[in-house]
Design a protein around this ligand. Sequence first.
Ligand code: MG
Length: 395
Amino acid sequence: MHVAAIIAAGGRGTRFGSGRPKQLLEIGGKSLLARSVDAFARCASVNELVVVLPPDLVSRPRDYLHSVGKPVRIVAGGRRRQDSVANGFGAVAAAADLIVIHDAARPFVSDALISRTIEAGWRFGAAIAAVPASDTVKQAADRPADDEPRPVARTLAREHIYLAQTPQAFRRDILSEALALAATGAEATDEATLVERAGHQVRLVDGEPANIKITTPEDLRLAEAILARGDGLPARTGRVGTGYDLHRLVPGRPLVLGGVTIPSDRGALGHSDADVVCHAVTDAILGAACLGDIGRHFPDSDERWRGASSLDLLRRTAALAADHGYEVGNVDVTIILETPRIRDHVEAMREAVAAALGIEVARVSIKGKTNEGMDAIGRGEAIVAHAIALVRRRG
Ligand code: MG
């Protein structure tokens, strides 16, 4: 069986009231369109994709549409939904014997739901994802007067009410017949309606409550909450972590701070370059991502890390956080040191730390303080750095 997926993103999302086409709105840093396309690109049952976009977006398709690992054709939508789907249908491969249609405004469609809709569509000719109504369903009568609420005409038996979702899967001949019939008919809000009108039976496959359709700004907020289920935080909420490091100061050692060697008659004692700035920032990022601490990932006892550049460890830490789905938002560091003054070196340190983290310099702050002559730091016997880092989940 050769399966073509049509991703319907031809509408303008006028109900949304946003200046941007709805399908390009982002949740967790990734557009609705990209999420829907990825779901079908990942699904092993799907052989090719046809993406239907508004005509003005067809000429400048997003780069990712060409790197999904399956053949993708991009076509312009039409005036009505069925016109858009008909345009998409015109672009599927001749070999396609099953067409699965999905609304790009449903970004959370699961692999399992796509697969079972395809299976049922192949077996019965036409199948759609749908969820049973959980609220009692009232059919309303016409409004008697403009300033009055509508009366209930009757209550429908809920056990027979299902709310249609997408995906919707059809054998090629059935969809072809329905679209031909629709070319002259009224607008239909889904393809199954057209198939029913053409006299075919459509089967219901268990949909998923999370497979919501993003129609309003409230839906977008709900979508952020669904995305966040992984760690209980909304996707745009950051996680913070703190880091602290202290090294003794001794004569005859270089003083390396934030990857920058600072002229000094003494430096920090340690196995590596003993860079308290990098060590504190590393711990802050690991803490924010809940990934343990510097000693766990880069133990002194491991020859690989003996004498390692602390900037390099910082780079590896950012990569580790990225592997766990986090990007660094910003970091702020306070260095406590009696002498020398670090003011003239702060910019160089910010640049080096930002480069290691792969973020803009404006997201790295470094400040210096003395300890007013008090305790070991005040006597010049030690140096301390405190850091705080914010990480965010990546889309
Ligand atoms: Mg250290």
